[in-house]
Design a protein around this ligand. Structure first.
Ligand code: SF4
Ligand code: FES
Length: 157
């Protein structure tokens, strides 16, 4: 008898690709894989909706839209966003104040009214939540892509 190779589970981080949209009558959730660093905050907070083992991995019917919206707002990288289709509160405009939070052994988490531009001043990304690389190994600079784990990046904080 020959052993059959099991298909390896692919994480959200491994699934780079175009922006995906998941919706029902109440809420539309968008996920941009290139900004997802597999921090799994969404998975820990609302695993019945954000389940990397399921396909599709986001099931907007598995919880009420308020809970989904709250979880989306906690995504530190801006990979997740939502739009309410049922009259519920939309994503709030960014605070005037910008915060920068260094993550131990990882990126800088930014929140606020954020505009990332290139050297010529061209807009690369505008968002209210972002993760910027500080290990130097990201393949998606200036954004973190999770490579800090692969290279064993450590910080003193
Ligand atoms: S919280 Fe955001 S960055 Fe983390 S796994 Fe979920 S979508 Fe990806
Ligand atoms: S800090 Fe995450 S890839 Fe550099």
């Amino acid at each position: 008898m020959t052993a059959q190779r099991q298909p390896r589970e692919r994480s959200p981080q491994a699934e780079r690709g175009p922006r995906r949209v998941y919706r029902n009558d109440a809420i539309e959730v968008t996920w941009e894989p290139r900004f997802c660093i597999h921090a799994r905050k969404c998975v820990r907070d609302l695993g019945q909706v954000f389940n990397p083992s399921a396909r599709p991995w986001i099931d907007v019917d598995a919880a009420d839209p308020d809970a989904i919206a709250q979880t989306v707002l906690e995504c530190p990288t801006g990979a997740l966003h939502f739009r309410r289709l049922d009259g519920g509160a939309q994503e709030e405009a960014a605070d005037e104040e910008t915060s920068v939070q260094p993550v131990s052994n990882g990126p800088l988490f930014l929140r606020g009214r954020l505009r990332i531009v290139d050297r010529e001043g061209n807009l690369i990304r505008e968002d209210t939540r972002l993760a910027l690389c500080r290990c130097g190994a990201s393949g998606n600079k200036p954004f973190c892509d999770g490579s800090h784990r692969r290279i064993g990046f450590t910080t003193a904080d």
